[in-house]
Design a protein around this ligand. Structure first.
Ligand SMILES: [Zn+2]
Length: 317
């Protein structure tokens, strides 16, 4: 099985496969790449490969592999608190102490740091102590969107793996499989705008493929400059719960952002963005984007949905 489920990144997959065959496992891996580039997929595969008890690691069939994939392996521990802006230093200290407790059921014990760029200097210094003298079974997987945010003393101790952009044909094939309903030109546009990273292309297409009714109606009202239609979309939303309103406004923000990018020369990733870009000036699109962004901020800071919808109706007219 090996690392096949990760698309592209052939050199990395080959190097890791060879190293594992020779039993060469690094104590510290730094996996870097932008959002949506496959860092988490690779980290999971690498963890499965290190803990795997089968052949052609990761075999994806043995108990250890299955536990890693299901996120329940006791020797594969994630160190983060997504609620906090910075990874709390106490969590890093706890992980450091825990690492000196023998593995539960494997020959290795792995710690995953999903956002190493947000560890802060005290956190990185806490980590540095274990980087200097790791127990023989310990492996740290640091993921980051920005390797430059790490202290040189931390970075220099890591085996660094950079996620690569996918070849265009590989990316397009994957997108066509995952978004069978999308138009070929939308797939092409998403591939172009993603910089070659699957996760980014998926996010762009998801905006286009799961469009709720209100968003279609909004785009229609904005394209036709019809304030009556706009009111018809917004009035029922006055009774919505705040969370639902904030989610929809996020979608509108993304749609307008996409339309603005299209108006400025990027290829559109959805028919709605294309229609908006064709019917409105980029100046208008930008003003509408700012309005929706502000409306979402109001919603998140506890302004009532009725007042937010009133603000939108007034400003977007
Ligand atoms: Zn296995």
């Amino acid at each position: 099985m090996g690392f096949d489920t990760l698309l592209g990144n052939d050199q990395t997959k080959e190097n890791l496969g060879l190293a594992l065959k020779k039993g060469r496992i690094s104590h510290f891996y730094l996996i870097s790449g932008p959002e949506g580039s496959g860092k988490h997929t690779l980290a999971r595969l690498l963890a499965a490969a290190i803990l795997c008890t089968g052949a052609d690691r990761p075999c994806m069939r043995c108990t250890a592999c299955r536990k890693v994939l299901e996120g329940v392996h006791p020797d594969f521990i994630t160190v983060d608190d997504p609620e906090k802006k910075t990874v709390p230093v106490d969590l890093i200290r706890q992980a450091r102490a825990d690492m000196y407790v023998m593995p539960n059921e494997s020959e290795h014990k792995l710690y995953l740091f999903p956002r190493a760029q947000d560890m802060g200097i005290p956190g990185q210094n806490a980590l540095l102590k274990v980087l200097e003298e790791p127990p023989s079974y310990g492996v740290f997987l640091l993921l980051t969107t920005n390797p430059d945010a790490l202290l040189p003393t931390v970075r220099s101790r890591c085996t660094e793996i950079r996620m690569q952009a996918l070849p265009r044909n590989v990316l397009l094939e994957a997108l066509a499989r995952q978004f069978p309903q999308a138009e070929p030109e939308d797939l092409q546009a998403a591939a172009n705008r993603s910089g070659g990273f699957l996760g980014q292309a998926q996010a762009l297409l998801a905006v286009g493929s799961q469009i709720p009714e209100e968003t279609r109606l909004l785009a229609d009202a904005l394209c036709s400059r019809d304030s009556l239609k706009l009111t018809q979309v917004l009035v029922p939303m006055e009774k919505w719960k705040r969370d639902a309103l904030a989610d929809t406004l996020k979608l509108w923000q993304e749609l307008l952002e996409s339309a603005l990018a299209t108006a400025c020369g990027s290829q559109a990733v959805s028919p709605l963005a294309r229609a908006l870009a064709a019917s409105r000036e980029s100046r208008d699109l930008y003003a509408m984007y700012e309005t929706v962004k502000k409306a979402r901020e109001y919603t998140l800071s506890n302004v009532s949905p009725a007042a937010v919808c009133g603000f939108l109706a007034w400003t977007l007219r």
